[in-house]
Design a protein around this ligand. Structure first.
Ligand SMILES: NC(=O)c1ccc[n+]([C@@H]2O[C@H](COP(=O)([O-])OP(=O)(O)OC[C@H]3O[C@@H](n4cnc5c(N)ncnc54)[C@H](O)[C@@H]3O)[C@@H](O)[C@H]2O)c1
Length: 321
């Protein structure tokens, strides 16, 4: 089979997507790449691994040609808070990187996965049960690159026949790799602080409601979408997907049921609060359910139980090393 290339593979999603793809397709058929240059021992641990800067088109061409790549999961990007701190760099990585991926896909006939986000919506979007097709006027540079990315993927699908597919992912909660500078990072931090210290200072207000998803559901959704029969997909970029719509107060209460005495106080970060306030509170993901069978397994309670158990094991193992 033609191989799979993952860009930005060392991030929060890649850390779990790469092993899942390798379990399904074979280790040697999934090439992990990232901007980060790893020491030989680090690279060997996740081989096949290569340094790849997605803003350098020749590096992408070389990797796709050399490894006979048939599918690209393009994860490399700056996330919402990091992007707001460096808008010019965010444009370069998020837009030029995607353009380079689509161009190489056009040249070699690759299938492309592009992760969009709830950040592709803005303050004029209906905030509850946000429809699949609706107003998208984001006010962050991250959102601008996600909407433009969705449109560019649609264009390459209709104009050049490239098999592009995408999801509008909500905030992702996971324990394997740390989140990379997003507005929903508070949720992951809250779990770590609950286990380590029994308390957490949250940078979003207690009642900020946003969609979230546990990473195993996100990984399954990406792989299921890419495997779905093409003719069933009414949308290319990108399908709304969500699993739970929660506030920091609700997440804290769910954690406190397992970690007695856990407390949260609030020190609002105005930049990330403004970003969160411009996003939907909950997405309508019925099109994903209907078209390719999206069915998340984890609600707030199931995720909290699993996340705490795995995090405790992980942190205890780290302490004993
Ligand atoms: N994590 C979430 O909650 C979430 C939610 C919605 C959408 N997404 C999207 O999913 C994708 C992956 O997210 P993530 O959470 O894994 O991000 P992350 O920040 O954890 O990882 C991104 C990776 O991209 C790499 N990178 C940065 N610039 C690069 C470049 N020029 N070339 C190659 N690699 C580069 C970084 O080194 C990093 O390892 C992004 O497009 C993000 O917008 C993530």
């Amino acid at each position: 089979m033609a191989t799979i290339l993952v860009t930005g593979a060392l991030g929060q999603i890649g850390a779990e997507l790469v092993p899942a793809l390798r379990a399904r397709h074979g280790v040697d058929n999934v090439i992990a790449t990232d901007l980060k240059v790893l020491p030989p021992s680090g690279a060997a641990a996740i081989a096949p691994y290569g340094h790849l800067d997605c803003t350098e088109p020749h590096q992408l061409h070389e990797a796709v040609r050399r490894y006979d790549v048939g599918t690209i999961y393009h994860l490399a990007a700056l996330l919402s808070a990091s992007a707001e701190a460096a808008p010019q760099l965010a444009w370069s990585v998020n837009m030029n990187g995607l353009y380079n991926v689509l161009e190489v896909a056009r040249g070699y006939g690759c299938q492309v996965f592009f992760p969009s986000s709830i950040g592709a919506f803005g303050p004029t979007t209906p905030r509850d049960a946000t429809p699949q097709v609706t107003v998208q006027r984001p006010t962050t540079i991250y959102g601008v690159t996600k909407v433009a990315g969705e449109l560019l993927c649609d264009y390459y699908a209709s104009r050049f026949g490239i098999d592009t597919r995408g999801l509008r992912l909500p905030g992702l909660i996971s324990y394997v790799a740390a989140p990379g500078g997003g507005t929903t990072d508070y949720a992951v931090e809250m779990f770590y602080h609950a286990v380590r210290y029994g308390r957490y200072t949250c940078f979003l207000s207690a009642d900020t409601r946003l969609d979230m998803m546990y990473m195993p559901d996100a990984i399954t959704a990406m792989m299921d979408l890419m495997a779905a029969e093409s003719g069933r997909l009414r949308y290319r970029n990108a399908y709304n997907v969500a699993a739970m719509s929660v506030t920091p107060a609700e997440l804290a209460a769910a954690i406190a049921r397992h970690v007695p005495g856990f407390t949260v106080d609030f020190e609002i970060d105005p930049v990330r609060q403004a970003i969160a306030d411009s996003w939907p509170r909950s997405l309508d993901d019925s099109a994903a359910h209907h078209d390719w069978g999206f069915a998340p397994r984890y609600d707030l309670e199931a995720m909290t139980t699993d996340m705490l158990a795995r995090l405790k094991t992980k942190l205890a193992a780290a302490r004993n090393r």
